[in-house]
Design a protein. Structure first.
Length: 309
């Protein structure tokens, strides 16, 4: 069946049975993350929903119970995972590794957007550290459970904003923004990093049943833009209104890639509106993806070494 920008998360997963599958969704407490958790649980998966604190995750997961679909909070496990805090990420991964035998679905959904002023995590720009490095660390810490699945699916929520990344793709020499900061360019860089990471995962999965895909969810009225300059946010809302999606529509492509049988075995693709879409050509640059992977490992190791001193 063909889907489009108005298709909802429930529509793209209609008839799908996820019983026996375990899914992880970061950013479960609002927006498309909450809807993704709800729909995957409704289709029978046991869903681990993370938020920045256990209190937020617990509250969100309790609200996502769906008695009509005969699912309750027992089918959703709340977990704290603050993506700027590597100790929190490691703790979350340890808890998942200890509780579950496998991970069939991982939806890297949480993120921040267009911080009006430069903010840092361990000296590096916060959007890159949250949107890319945090998920990079989490996925790699969980890789044994992911590959224990008969056919795992990793879904990375990127954005069409990756088209606004610097011309070189990832300007590694400016991760501290000492050569200038632009809210949308640095957001675009973090979203391009999501696509590059996804494509490199897909290369590593070649010859296996596991897949990795990235996506643009669409323009949705969620709290992702809560850090935006109010004037930019107003203009964005006015001019983007014609293309605006509901939250149910915004979560559709995530749920499609996580659960729909039509994309079984499809890997290393970028999607929008539950269809394959065109990504920035540089996102397919394997050498850039490998460098990003290596630099990400160095950043993580440096932070780990610093926490021990």
């Amino acid at each position: 069946m063909g889907f489009n920008k108005r298709s909802t998360a429930e529509q793209v997963t209609e008839g799908v049975d996820l019983a026996g599958k375990v899914a992880l969704v970061t950013g479960c407490n609002s927006g498309i993350g909450a809807e993704t958790v709800r729909v995957l649980a409704k289709r029978g998966a046991h869903v681990i929903g993370t938020a920045r604190s256990l209190a937020k995750a617990t509250e969100a997961c309790a609200e996502l119970s769906d008695p009509v679909a005969d699912t309750d909070t027992k089918s959703i496990t709340p977990l704290a995972c603050e993506l700027t805090d590597h100790d929190s990420i490691r703790s979350a991964a340890a808890e998942i590794n200890g509780q579950f035998e496998k991970l069939d679905i991982v939806v890297c959904n949480a993120g921040i957007m267009a911080l009006p002023k430069f903010e840092s995590v361990a000296g590096l720009e916060k959007q890159f550290m949250t949107n890319h490095i945090g998920h990079f660390l989490l996925v790699n810490l969980l890789m044994d459970k992911i590959t224990a699945s008969p056919a795992a699916r990793i879904v990375n929520v990127s954005s069409a904003a990756h088209l606004q990344a610097p011309s070189v793709g990832i300007d590694f020499e400016n991760l501290e923004s000492d050569k200038g900061y632009s809210a949308f360019r640095t957001y675009g860089r973090s979203k391009l990093a999501n696509v590059l990471f996804t494509n490199q995962l897909a290369r590593q999965f070649e010859g296996t049943p596991h897949t990795a895909n990235s996506l643009h969810p669409g323009i949705i009225a969620t709290n992702l833009g809560r850090h935006m300059n109010p004037l930019i946010g107003l203009a964005f809302g006015l001019f983007g209104f014609w293309a605006m999606k509901t939250i149910a529509q915004g979560a559709a492509t995530s749920c499609y890639l996580a659960a729909n049988p039509d994309v079984e075995g499809v890997s290393g693709k970028y999607f929008a509106d539950s269809q394959v879409a065109k990504a920035l050509p540089i996102s397919n640059d394997e050498s850039l993806a490998i460098r990003l992977w290596n630099e990400s490992e160095i950043i993580i190791a440096t932070i780990a070494a610093g926490s021990k001193t």
